[in-house]
Design a binder for this molecule. Structure first.
Ligand code: MG
Length: 282
């Protein structure tokens, strides 16, 4: 069952989302050559707890970190450890918080120092894929419109979307219905309703979309050893768009769906300048 959250519940999820966003913002600034993924994980826990939350991933099915740190060909679910980041690495940080029982989930890909132009393009395309997926969200849209927008854009840029892992609903549990694939046919699947909250998270590979899980039973890597990037936001469905609950502040949070604008007769829904601003957040 896909639950719809009340405005009071969404207020609580926004509080959780801000804790996650503030922590990730500071973590990004701490990423540098020579830093270990364990050090980033320790800092993440300190930031989340210092801001009134608990790390959502710590202990989840036995996971040992507060965040997931996945480097280069590692797609998601990397376990923080002794690995020292090197100039040119792509680090994916996936982070979640729980505040007052409500979860938020967010991810971004950080370039360690300067990365080569191809890797930078992979990062930029994945960030824009998330933006395009979020741009589809509004009451009355179909769930698959999100994945269709992500897949069409990514494949048009000659990269691939991971199929085996998907986004998800979120609320009082970290993972709720529905599954939110990054692929699909437009106009299919459940219809979105105001109050649904989704974690949208394109995982984009430079080469094959196929992935495999390493012997540690957590770390998912690309099937061909190529690079992968990942961005994620927790978003609440609204009548005319959505609110990014994991935005750093209110100014960056509100997104008006271009489709909703087109449905309108040209009235007040406008504000297209708020669409396309989310990259600065992630
Ligand atoms: Mg997630």
């Amino acid at each position: 069952m896909i639950t719809c959250k009340s405005s009071r519940e969404i207020d609580k999820m926004r509080t959780s989302g801000r804790v996650t966003a503030r922590a990730l913002h500071k973590l990004k600034a701490a990423v540098a050559p020579g830093v270990t993924t364990f050090e980033i994980d320790r800092y993440a826990e300190e930031l989340i707890r210092g801001d009134g939350g608990t790390p959502a991933f710590l202990g989840y099915h036995g996971f040992s970190g507060s965040i997931c740190t996945s480097v280069n060909d590692e797609v998601v679910h990397g376990i923080p450890g002794k690995r020292r980041l090197q100039q040119g690495d792509l680090l994916k940080i996936d982070i979640g918080s729980c505040v007052d029982g409500w979860f938020s989930d967010m991810a971004c890909t950080v370039a360690v120092g300067t990365v080569d132009p191809y890797a930078q393009r992979l990062i930029d395309v994945t960030a824009e894929a998330l933006e395009r997926g979020i741009g589809e969200v509004r009451a009355g849209a179909h769930l698959s419109d999100i994945g269709h927008a992500v897949q069409t854009f990514v494949e048009g840029e000659s990269f691939s979307v991971v199929r085996a892992l998907v986004g998800h609903g979120i609320g009082l549990s970290l993972h709720e219905e529905p599954a939110v694939p990054n692929y699909g046919r437009k106009g299919t699947g459940p219809m979105l309703k105001a109050g649904m909250v989704l974690a949208i998270e394109p995982m984009v590979n430079a080469g094959t979309w196929k992935v495999r899980t390493q012997a540690d039973k957590w770390t998912v890597v690309t099937g061909d050893g190529g690079l992968s990037a990942h961005f994620e936001h927790t978003v609440a469905v609204l009548e005319d768009g959505c609110e990014i609950l994991t935005a750093l502040d209110a100014a960056a949070a509100r997104v008006y769906s271009p489709a909703a604008r087109h449905d309108d007769t040209g009235g007040e829904l406008g504000a297209p300048e708020t669409f396309g601003r989310i990259q600065a957040v992630g």
